[in-house]
Design a protein. Structure first.
Length: 357
């Protein structure tokens, strides 16, 4: 695991020394470019799914990474972790002032649509408070930093046409989407009011190793891994609505897009998507082909069928591709395979052989 630090007073000297070392490594303002010297990077939500992958990618590229989250925990090879409540405005301002980041990636958020229906007030309050805290700290303490502000395709709601482009109207259809739309709009307001370099990113669904099983691909992969490890000949794969379609991109391709945007993109709004959607039923069929000869029975759990479900979300990423040259590289089949293998390791199975093609 990466090193985790606390914002408590008992560790204030160690934290200050660490931030001083990072702050002295480079000048305050510089446009990051591919192949340039290492950058001083702050990633909020770095202990999360995409945040952890992003922290590893930045660290592998030689950047000096500080990952801020409530736990401060990071995967191996992901830089230094800092435990902080990102809703704490003064604390985030101190962090931004001490670190003086050149690039800020904001990913921190409560991110489950389903759980947002269970606690809509908490979801909206938490995500909006975090957004305001980070934006205010950027404006006050790091106005020259390039910020990649990770929003969500959920802000679009039910689309009027497909694929969804960045100029589509915002019409969130669940509490999580409302909270992300608020943060997205606030980022635009702060950027305009304070002259900040804010790149608003609206990623469509992403999946891959280390994702929580409350998300569909990881849930399917975990069920498959459990079956394979147990040696069963048959498995029931449980999902919600089998007809919902989502546009999936591998998380490793997603974080490549974030890094390219930080390096070369002008401020604005960018979708990150594959441009293709797949139904839950077809995901189960793919899974069945990957774990054959195990027999798969698809079971729909009514409790997992959400009210006001958006039936198809598929994005257009032409703007991103034009600005950065980015293209997704990892096919969905490989994402599913890699996630199954990760779950086998997590659940105590044997180490996998060479990666399947």
């Amino acid at each position: 695991m990466g090193r985790a630090r606390s914002t408590t007073r008992s560790r204030s000297q160690a934290r200050a020394g660490h931030l001083d070392r990072l702050a002295s490594a480079a000048p305050r303002s510089r446009r990051p470019e591919t192949g340039a010297r290492p950058l001083r990077v702050l990633i909020t939500g770095a202990s999360g799914f995409a945040g952890g992958h992003l922290a590893q990618a930045c660290t592998a590229a030689g950047d000096e990474v500080l990952g801020a989250s409530r736990s401060g925990a990071l995967p191996a090879g992901a830089g230094d972790g800092l435990a902080i409540d990102l809703r704490d405005g003064p604390g985030v301002r101190r962090l931004m002032r001490d670190l003086r980041p050149e690039v800020v990636y904001h990913l921190a958020a409560l991110s489950s649509v389903g759980r947002s229906w269970e606690d809509p007030v908490g979801t909206v309050k938490d995500n909006v408070a975090t957004a305001v805290s980070v934006l205010d700290a950027l404006a006050r303490e790091a106005p020259h930093a390039r910020a990649v502000w990770v929003s969500s395709c959920e802000v679009y709601g039910a689309p009027t046409h497909l694929p969804i482009e960045e100029n589509a109207p915002i019409g969130p259809s669940n509490p999580y989407a409302v909270s992300k739309a608020a943060g997205d709009l606030l980022a635009g307001v702060y950027a305009q009011a304070h002259g900040l370099h804010v790149i608003r990113v609206r990623p469509f669904s992403h999946a891959g190793p280390r994702q929580l099983p409350i998300f569909v691909v990881s849930s399917l992969a975990r069920q498959a891994a459990t079956t394979l490890l147990g040696g069963a000949e048959r498995v029931e794969i449980v999902t919600g609505n089998p007809d919902t379609r989502r546009d999936f991109t591998d998380v490793r391709d997603i974080v490549r897009a974030y890094r390219r945007l930080a390096a070369v993109a002008a401020p604005g709004v960018y979708n990150v998507s594959s441009g293709r959607s797949i139904s839950a039923a077809d995901q189960v069929a793919l899974l069945a082909s990957l774990i054959a000869p195990v027999r798969v029975e698809h079971v729909v759990d009514p409790a997992r069928v959400r009210a006001h479900e958006v039936m198809d979300l598929r994005g257009c990423s032409a703007r991103l591709r034009s600005a950065t040259g980015w293209e997704p590289e990892i096919p969905f089949r490989q994402t599913m395979l890699d996630t199954i293998e990760w779950w086998k390791r997590e659940l105590g199975g044997p180490q996998p052989g060479p990666e399947a093609g």
